[in-house]
Design a protein around this ligand. Sequence first.
Ligand code: ADP
Ligand code: MG
Length: 611
Amino acid sequence: MGRIVGIDLGTTYSLVAYTEPQTGQPRCLPDEEGRTLLPSVVSVDPDGTIVVGWPARDRLLKQSERTVYSVKRLMGKGRGDVEEELKLFPFRIAPDSESVIKIRLGEKVFTPPEISAFILRELKRRAEKFFGEETTRAVITVPAYFNDAQRQATKDAGRIAGLEVERLVNEPTAASLAYGLDKHQRALIAVYDLGGGTFDISLLKLEEGLFKVQSTNGDTHLGGDDIDNLLAEKARAEIRQQFKRDLAEAPDLYQSLRQSVIAAKHELSEKTSATIRFAVPGQGEYRREVARAEFESWIAPLIERTLAPCKMALKDAGVKPEQIDEVVLVGGSTRIPLVRRRVEELFGRKPHAELNPDEVVALGAALQARILEGGLKDMLLLDVTPLSLGIETMGGAVAKIIPRNATIPASASEMFTTYADKQTGVEIHVVQGERELVKDCRSLARFTLKVPPQPAGLPRIEVKFLIDANGILSVTARDLRTGEERSVEVKPSYGLTDEEVEGMILESIEWAEADFAAVQLVAARNEAEAVRRATAKALGEEQAQGLAPDERQQIERARTALEEALKTDDYKLIRQRLEELNQATHHLAELLMDTAVQTALKGKRTDEVNL
Ligand code: ADP
Ligand code: MG
């Protein structure tokens, strides 16, 4: 009926929450044992029975081939997208997985949305038991960086579970709602989410009731699991020393050692010391007291790894840490005191941690659900572009038009002109990526705009990019003189795997320096080429007769020197020779009243002479 629940479909844990209409207070719904968390784990018994949550988690040890966890990592991905993931996660992908992945669980195969649907169905059941009636509508949260396919897959999961998904809400936005930050007139909010296996940082801007994602960053393989592995490895080494037994050879035992260290880790968030206890079968008990300070020295490098993505997100959003008004902690791992301290140091303010960090996203989802039920004002949530978009300019350089992390809907335009005389067409090549050269970016579309033959540099062509709310890009090129217009529609992320997106971003950082030289070279070459031609043309003009013989010689010499420099890859040398030629042609330029030649001689901006 009218009721809508909020669901946090997490990588490690999932929850369902509801906002009481009378009080307006959201709360997470407990299972029969009073637990609000549901492990996002699904297991299939030999008789085909589906087991979800805590009992499925216990089967991770003993029936690993019929149990699956972290399925969120596979949502909306194709076979090609998950090669890297498979190296880190023991997912058993069925061989016939082509576009949609299928996971083998015992004798059966399931797609990721089907597995997520088992989790959602369990939460639906929990809600129905709680309310004593059917529940069919839900708001589900997704990471802010989820692309179209991942969002679609999440919606599919809901449908499979018999839930109408009224809205997908970004997790950081939900967390901000839970803290009531929407009450602010305007605010910059940083949401730091350190969960079981993933780290996300999101910067949101709240303005007139709108939450806008300014930037997102993170690490898809960093979280509490890494801390668990680190502790388990330390314990294993000590057990090997003490008991002459290597648990690496007994996966079941190693898994239960992991459970022991996790218990100690949780205790260390509350107390200044904890003891890892583990029974080595037939050989007695391993006991290890760990002081918080020692624990912190072990995990410090892991926590440090969250800071670089935070800084990158700040940089992408163009804000300084001190401009952030609110910091919100999300994810079970933010209970660790060291994490809180480091976040506080980075942003220079105390982060919100009053609410339970593993419930906060679900609570926000329940508030959004209440908004949709009609009980609270509506709010619009906006998204960002994952990669920069631009067009090719001459020499294989990219002119970026819409930068990465721009809020959508977005539009931007840029003016271009022709490079050669009497050019009848301008080719527009749309590319996506962070690198500066076309060959390192992804080609999205090509089309040609017809222009009437005119002298080079005369046409004024406006290239406009528009990304609508659904993430669909359209590009229009218009000759402002003739009014001639051409446009194409491109789907930016179509066929682009996440690996490629991430790879491109990483590469752009790695290559930034090499790119800089390459771009400088392309720019210098273009400009030199234009000036060289214009000089040759100008020397042939009537007015050039006014030059003294040694002036003409000097120009010729400078031009030859530039031509020699153009044979090298040294952009500094090209620039120097270009400058010398410009100096030498000063008088010539004065002699020529023809404005077109003058502009060419003075060296236009490269993006103006390109295309
Ligand atoms: P996700 O969003 O990835 O599903 P959660 O936000 O629920 O995951 O976080 C789960 C992680 O939080 C696990 O690694 C768990 O061990 C860790 N965690 C939970 N409680 C504590 C605690 N008290 N101290 C330290 N880590 C904790
Ligand atoms: Mg989470």
